[in-house]
Design a protein around this ligand. Structure first.
Ligand SMILES: C[S@@+](CC[C@H](N)C(=O)[O-])C[C@H]1O[C@@H](n2cnc3c(N)ncnc32)[C@H](O)[C@@H]1O
Length: 257
């Protein structure tokens, strides 16, 4: 339960962060049944496509979430990412030539290694514009005993899909080729937890059931995200004449400083 709450709170903080950084459209795959703090509520005015492979989830999302023109719900299977990025309704709703927040929150652990989850992520991020962001959370068994991990897996034995916990290295691999945003890979509860961050943990990596991270595609010279280190002006900022429009990706980079 605690892990579910931490995961959901991470999703909301990450979306708020991206919205503040200028991301105006979100592709949320593995949406889940509607609950409080949905993406379009957390980033009001953004265009959101909710995608899930469970028809019941999609029907609920259509009835309860897709109640404004900014929001759609579509059926799609993460195991076939090409079908999602080619889906006409999704492409009509989201402009893939502009930055997209790709949300894979508590869903990649339903993809087995044979399903090549890292290739799936690569396909999705290849399909979206530079400046797009990837948000991922994922179950891990790195910090529990083998017995506890087996009990956890058992919970999903009768479920439609098994849960595949991944190691820190396996999780971090989802961000290959992208620029990890500060503070990097953390426990879901420790990703920008606010003004009262959790104390550092012994052992150098977070003890948690859920890893979390956010990364940006192709943002050369992207500076650190909020709250880390002093702000330094970039030569490009200094060179831009007053009143000149800021390119979208550039705007995102500077909003994240
Ligand atoms: C644990 S819920 C996560 C909900 C939400 N993202 C959150 O973090 O609160 C996982 C959701 O992923 C969906 N899901 C699982 N495998 C999927 C797949 N291959 N393609 C699309 N959705 C999938 C399930 O139907 C379920 O709604």
């Amino acid at each position: 339960m605690r892990a579910c709450r931490d995961n959901r709170a991470f999703l909301q903080r990450a979306v708020r962060h991206l919205a503040r950084a200028g991301i105006r459209q979100f592709l949320d795959i593995g949406t889940g049944l509607p609950t409080m703090g949905a993406v379009h509520e957390t980033a009001p005015g953004a265009r959101v496509a909710y995608v899930d492979y469970d028809r019941t989830v999609v029907n609920h999302a259509r009835a309860l979430l897709a109640t404004t023109p900014d929001v759609i719900a579509a059926e799609g299977d993460l195991r076939q990412p090409q079908a999602i990025t080619a889906d006409e309704a999704i492409r009509a709703h989201l402009n893939f030539s502009q930055p997209v927040g790709v949300l894979l929150v508590a869903v990649l652990h339903f993809i087995t290694d044979a399903g090549q989850p890292h290739s799936i992520v690569r396909h999705l991020m290849d399909a979206v514009a530079p400046g797009s962001c990837l948000v991922v959370s994922h179950v891990t068994a790195d910090h529990v005993s083998e017995q506890a991990a087996a009990t956890g897996r058992g919970v999903y034995d009768g479920a439609s899909a098994p849960v595949i916990p991944r190691t820190l290295a396996g999780f971090t691999g989802f961000f290959d080729g992208l620029k990890l945003a500060e503070p990097g890979v953390t426990a879901a509860s420790d990703w920008h937890p606010g003004i009262a961050p959790a104390p550092p943990r012994a052992g150098g990596h977070p003890a948690t059931y859920v890893y979390a991270g956010v990364a940006t595609k192709d943002l050369p010279q992207a500076p650190a995200w909020p709250g880390k280190g002093p702000r330094t002006a970039r030569p490009r900022d200094q060179a831009r004449p007053r009143g000149t429009p800021v390119p979208v990706a550039d705007g995102i980079a500077s909003a994240l400083t």
